[in-house]
Design a protein around this ligand. Structure first.
Ligand code: ADP
Length: 445
């Protein structure tokens, strides 16, 4: 608690007035998701498969045994606690392991098993008797490369002859001496150096190339170009695999440029819905008044966990400090915290160490905290022009009331302008937002 309280105080001293919304770092977001992810993301949607050759039979597997993996690899998979393939893995794994080799573009949201899938494919692909690099995997950042490496090391625990090297900043290598590791994973710049400048890898001997987090990669201009340059060094016959959490046109254009005759597998994100959520608004004057209203909601805060959204770091810091003063156990997520600090805060909140999480929007993007049953918009979600941001609203509220559970959303309205925003959101989703009197909370029962 003390650590957290100190963090909170720190935030208050250094907290900015500006919206915490413009500094979304995709690579950091992705790392945060990985750090806090403990299991597969639930997704009931159907996988869409588009085959390069529609006349070839389409295989999918329901068990890992069907893949006829080397026994030591299968043992690794089971030791990780994977009992059966995830949705995306059911189709992606047989495709990646098939002969003749096929190229693949796969898209599904973070947490659906992509990394595990291509790690398995690489481990299965390499010939451990050949002491040269056969699989090359590029990821956007040092930290993300390490995360993938950890999965490969765990899964390959019983494959002692398969070795892995990290092509990341700080790895000092002797020029011209070829690596013996069968798998190399790294960031585009270092991988490119290792192939060209240092000649540690013979790109013509690479038979499987994995490009992970393509959407993050192309958002980083240098990475995009370097990835294309690496790709050009490879043989045409090299198997190309590309993964992405999102599937905008820009990602697809890039993917098709790098990958010829691809199979495409997509698992659409499960739609967020407001159907199981009761929405309210509370009329308030200024922030102190909002704070009082929030404290009146405390009855609800104790029965479950709550997330409270603020617009600025400064407001989030003030609110967290005020709640702590009232004796509440509060966690605070704020933009200037490191990814590790944020992962730690989320982990504690998930474990129930704190009942309330105060956050700015940017910090919480993409984070699912399923046990949250109350979401409070201390500040309403607005875009740069100050208009209602429906998408963010849905995303904030949609995290409660998931999987059939009932959830509550409470919006603090402090001006005519914010009342207009509520009306707008109400019309947009065609769902009633009811006025709530926080001194009489029977309506919430
Ligand atoms: P992504 O790369 O799509 O973000 P990951 O491969 O990192 O997804 O998987 C997300 C989480 O699910 C990880 O904690 C991973 O260990 C776990 N996981 C992956 N595949 C399976 C599986 N078949 N069964 C159970 N858990 C799995």
């Amino acid at each position: 608690e003390d650590v957290n309280a100190n963090l909170v105080l720190n935030k208050i001293q250094h907290g900015g007035d500006e919206a915490d919304g413009d500094k979304v770092d995709l690579a950091e977001q992705s790392l945060l998701n990985k750090l806090i992810r403990r299991s597969l993301v639930k997704n009931r949607n159907q996988v869409e498969v588009q085959q390069a050759d529609p006349s070839s039979p389409l295989f999918s597997v329901k068990t890992f045994q069907e893949l006829r993996l080397k026994p030591e690899l299968l043992q690794g998979v089971f030791t990780m606690g994977f009992n059966r393939p995830s949705r995306i893995q059911e189709n992606a794994l047989p495709m990646m392991l098939a002969e003749p080799r096929q190229n693949l573009i796969a898209q599904s949201q973070s947490g659906t098993g992509k990394t595990a899938a291509f790690s398995l494919a690489m481990l299965s692909h390499v010939n451990p008797d050949n002491n040269w690099t056969q699989c090359l995997c590029v990821a956007p950042t040092y930290e993300l490369a390490l995360q993938i490496g950890q999965v490969i090391e765990l899964m390959g625990k019983f494959c002692p002859n398969v070795k892995l090297a990290y092509a990341i900043r700080g790895s000092r290598m002797e020029r011209g001496v070829k690596l013996q590791e069968q798998i190399v994973i790294g960031t585009p710049g270092t991988v490119l150096d290792w192939c060209t400048k240092y000649k540690l890898i013979d790109p013509k001997k690479i038979t499987m190339f994995v490009l992970d987090e393509a959407d993050v990669m192309i958002a980083m201009q240098g990475h995009r170009d370097q990835s294309i340059r690496i790709h050009r060094l490879l043989n045409k016959s090299c198997q190309m695999l590309l993964f992405s959490a999102t599937f905008e046109d820009s990602v697809m254009k890039f993917a098709e440029r790098v990958i010829s005759e691809p199979n495409i597998i997509r698992l659409k994100r499960e739609e967020e819905t407001l159907d199981t959520i009761k929405q309210f608004y509370v009329l308030c004057r200024e922030k102190e008044d909002k704070f009082t209203a929030l404290c009146n909601l405390y009855g609800c805060l104790t029965i479950a966990q709550a997330m409270i959204f603020c617009h600025t770091r400064k407001m989030a810091g003030w609110l967290a400090a005020s709640l702590i003063k009232e004796g509440h156990q509060v966690a605070l997520l704020s933009g200037e915290m490191t990814v590790e600090q944020r992962a730690n805060v989320i982990e504690r909140f998930r474990n129930g160490n704190e009942k309330v999480l105060v956050t700015t929007n940017v910090c919480s993007r993409g984070i699912d905290v399923e046990q949250v049953s109350l979401v409070v918009n201390f500040d309403l979600p607005v875009d740069m022009e100050g208009n209602a941001d429906n998408e963010t609203y849905l995303h904030r509220i949609g995290r409660t009331g998931r999987f059939g559970r009932r959830g509550f959303a409470v919006n603090m309205v402090d001006s005519k302008r914010s009342m207009d925003i509520i009306t707008h959101i109400e019309m947009h989703f065609n769902r009633k937002i009811t006025k709530l009197d926080t001194s009489n909370l029977e309506e919430m029962e």
